[in-house]
Design a protein around this ligand. Structure first.
Ligand code: ARG
Length: 467
């Protein structure tokens, strides 16, 4: 009879026997949702206090329940949450322990609530905390990037389009692009957090309850802005978790692009960065190897995060209102996304802090590929009144000739240059250094070192203002 244990003590009144072993295995969520224990106990304490204050249960019972729940919190903090599949989930694990500790009063805790509003409440609380933790991780990587950007406000590197050298930029400017992306990520988590902060507690199974409960009181006790207005919505929707996964996916994409750049920059043909020992791994066969595994893993882990959004969307997609057990898998999905993102953020922060930038190499390559050709065209427009389209053509001819001669644009013999167009003078060619190019890009949001310094100051002020 191993597959028909006793019927469940929480809901087994109408059952003659218990679930099959495999049924128990597929049904139980405790191995996963034990991570909700703090939220579950906090929500139960708020509920019990409200039941007592509203006269729905005796005040003494509320006190006994509260003490029992506090003891359970101490126990779980000390020794972890016991995993017993027959207790299904964190809600029943807590209630069953409460019964062992306080006896009959424990049976009154579940008055005017259901696991449906319980789990929705616990999960919202958990995601709310997770938004704060991810925000701290994003802030940390921004802080690291700002420090490196400041160090390299004047360092020149090639800027790319199509991974072809395009125009010289400052390394500081390039790094600040990621600071801006992570700032918007923080905005997305803040929005998600704001929208999710309503309490499902008191929606009960789906329809509300006949007991005179005070949903405002439990909402306030748990730091929610207000109770959710519709009990059906409260137990059914998981859009808050989807928003978390969506914001996490976009942040993961940003991290993945940065990781990709680290991988490219660390490869020998680029040689823009070297990774310290702490962030590299070796090869079991090639003794010379130093691989950027952490960056590659961050890049790959974005797959998990995008998958989490996809998985949760599919779980929710076809569900009629209200609760269906499919929703139980929401937590594993979101926990996995959170873990992957938190770890990726920490790893990228560590790499950003410790990368050593080979600025000589960057400076040399910044001048390659005729990267200041646009500067020559701009010079012809500005100083010689040539229309831009014509200037573009003239410079194209200069590049072609320089390429044939195997020289940089600035080294084009003046006889050759003036044969192409009389406006291409020695003064024009002198303006083609990468330093002059970068210094001239002073438009708002541009790469000139002075603009980069202003941008760093502004980003720091924004970051500190948010404390
Ligand atoms: N463990 C369940 C979950 O995570 C809790 C809600 C169960 N509700 C129910 N009606 N069976 O979704």
């Amino acid at each position: 009879m191993a597959d028909t244990p006793d019927s469940n003590s929480m809901w087994g009144g109408r059952f003659g026997g218990g679930p099959a072993a495999i049924m128990q295995e597929i049904n139980a969520s405790i191995p996963v949702d034990k991570r909700l224990w703090e939220e579950d106990i906090a929500a139960s304490r708020a509920h019990a206090a409200m039941l007592g204050a509203s006269g729905i249960i005796a005040a003494e019972d509320a006190v006994v329940i509260d003490r029992g729940l506090a003891t359970i919190a101490d126990e779980f903090a000390e020794s972890g949450v016991p995993v017993d599949l027959s207790l299904e989930d964190i809600h029943m694990t807590v209630e069953s322990r409460l019964k062992e500790l306080v006896g009959e009063a424990a049976g009154r805790l579940h008055t005017a609530r259901s696991r449906n509003d319980q789990v929705a409440t616990d999960f919202r609380l958990w995601v709310r905390t997770a938004c704060g933790r991810i925000d701290a991780g994003l802030k940390a990587i921004q802080t690291a990037l700002l420090a490196r950007a400041e160090e390299h406000a004047d360092s020149i590197m090639p800027g790319f389009t199509h991974l072809q050298v395009a125009q010289p930029v400052t390394l500081g400017h390039h790094l600040l692009a990621y600071v801006a992306m992570f700032e918007r990520d923080r905005g997305r988590f803040a929005d998600a957090r704001k929208r999710l902060n309503e309490s499902p507690l008191g929606a009960a199974a789906l329809a509300g309850t006949s007991f005179p409960l005070d949903r405002d009181a439990t909402a306030a006790a748990l730091g929610f802005d207000r109770p959710m207005a519709n009990s059906i919505d409260a137990v059914s929707d998981r859009d808050f978790a989807l928003e978390f996964c969506a914001a996490a996916s976009i942040a993961a994409l940003h991290l993945s692009r940065l990781a990709e750049e680290v991988v490219i920059w660390a490869s020998q043909p680029f040689g823009f960065v070297s990774l310290p020992d702490a962030w590299s791994t070796g090869s079991s066969i090639m003794p010379q190897k130093r691989n950027p595994d952490a960056a590659e893993l961050v890049r790959g882990r974005a797959g998990l995060l995008l998958g989490a959004f996809q998985r949760l969307s599919v779980i929710v997609k076809g569900l009629p209102l209200t609760y269906s057990k499919d929703l139980q898998d929401d937590k594993e999905t979101v926990f996995g996304a959170f873990d992957a993102l938190a770890l990726s953020l920490a790893a990228m922060t560590g790499m950003v802090e410790t990368l050593s930038f080979r600025t000589d190499r960057m400076r040399t390559l910044a001048a390659s590929g005729f990267s200041t050709a646009t500067d020559l065209a701009d010079w012809l427009v500005r100083e010689a009144g040539v229309p831009f389209r014509e200037a573009h053509h003239i410079v194209g001819s200069c590049v072609k000739r320089a390429e044939q001669l195997g020289v940089e644009l600035s080294q084009l013999p003046i006889g050759e240059a003036s044969a192409i167009h009389s406006a291409v003078t020695p003064a024009a060619l002198a303006a083609l250094t990468v330093e002059a190019s970068v210094a001239s890009r002073t438009s708002y949001g541009g790469t000139a070192p002075e603009r980069v310094r202003q941008a760093i100051t502004a980003a720091r002020a924004a970051l500190e203002g948010q404390d």
